[in-house]
Ligand binder design. Sequence first.
Ligand SMILES: Cc1cc2nc3c(=O)[nH]c(=O)nc-3n(C[C@H](O)[C@H](O)[C@H](O)COP(=O)(O)OP(=O)(O)OC[C@H]3O[C@@H](n4cnc5c(N)ncnc54)[C@H](O)[C@@H]3O)c2cc1C
Length: 398
Amino acid sequence: MFSFSTPQPDRELAGAIRIFIESIIPFEKDSRNTSHGPTDDLRRELNKLAKDAGLLAPHVSQRYGGKSLTQMQRAIVFEAAGYSPLGPIALHCAAPDEGNMHLLEMVASEAQKEHFLRPLATAQVRSCFAMTEPSPGAGSDPSLLQTTATGDGETFRVSGRKWLITGGEGAAFMILMARTIIEGRDAGATMFLVDLPNPAVKVTRLIDSMDSSFTEGHAVVDIENLVVTKDDVLGEIGQGLRYAQVRLAPARLSHCMRWLGAAQRAHDIAVEHARIRPAFGVPIGQHEAVGFSLADNDMDLHVARLVTMHGAWTLDQGQRGSMESSRAKVIVSEALFRVADRCVQILGGLGLTADTVVAQIFRELRAFRIYDGPSETHRWALARRIVSPKHSSGGSVQ
Ligand SMILES: Cc1cc2nc3c(=O)[nH]c(=O)nc-3n(C[C@H](O)[C@H](O)[C@H](O)COP(=O)(O)OP(=O)(O)OC[C@H]3O[C@@H](n4cnc5c(N)ncnc54)[C@H](O)[C@@H]3O)c2cc1C
């Protein structure tokens, strides 16, 4: 039986988050909100406000102080958080920490959970996830991994270069993906948990990028002769690419949820502007072209919300949701970018300025079509499944 109604407690939680987000919107103009994202100082202040409001890291399990939200509940809560670019940072449900918390909950040993997950889940620290490398290393194609962990199965030395590592500067630990070579044999990709700072791990550059909502931006990280042991392995040796999927399928959906909130904000600002900005004798919203743009926004937002909810529901059924999260990632990232683009157009010159948050949302949404897999690779993955003889044409609604 289908139901589109939201349970009362979830509505109440989302309502509390909306009120909280309204209260932190003034921080969007704070000087600690830099081109490399909010500083750690600003993050800590916002986390404290969220904690005082009882809203910090609501997604994590109760064992770590959260509310053990299902994916469907996350869809509602993360959208509410995304209404401000600072919302996910404040609530501590932003990338990469949110995806890292999920991965650690799923894969880490009890000792690793106490050491890494507990301080992360309670926002005492930040983390980073280091997989991508500059060309010719791993990007869309993770099999190109160049960073290598060489050893005897007990101890490894890791060297390589990672880039676009969100929050690499100032992270208290890193989930590091490396190709493992054990006694000369390729043992596949492995994830290692690395405490930071470590003299063998250096942030050599903070990258200037189009986006500015991730704490401390994106870093180039050079790793030289880093010593790790088998106790530092997250999960099992050689299973890194499988764990990447454990992390990425829900992480992609979480991005959809948060960006949905941001695009809704841009739309709300555009609607307000269309109601009051006069041109040629009427408010611009009464010109058909502007009205149609707002109607197209409404439809894109609605479809994006439904496909995200469906992906969340699929994960809640205990399925891997690879197809659903790929589908949602493409539909939502492209739909929301169209929404933000139309909002800029409706605002005219104002849309290009920092006087509203729309310009920032427009810039940031562009990146969403690339990270966690560019649209092309998701279409490619979907296409491979669709033409597979095992695939049933009824889609995945069961
Ligand atoms: C803002 C931001 C934050 C990020 N944060 C992190 C992070 O914290 N940790 C991390 O490890 N990485 C991070 N990344 C990296 C991100 O995951 C990669 O950019 C992404 O996986 C794509 O890899 P690439 O940039 O190397 O693109 P490439 O692999 O070089 O691909 C370039 C282009 O080639 C095309 N292409 C690739 N494959 C195919 C195909 N099969 N069919 C058709 N066309 C194709 C696509 O158009 C693609 O955009 C971040 C990136 C951004 C932009």
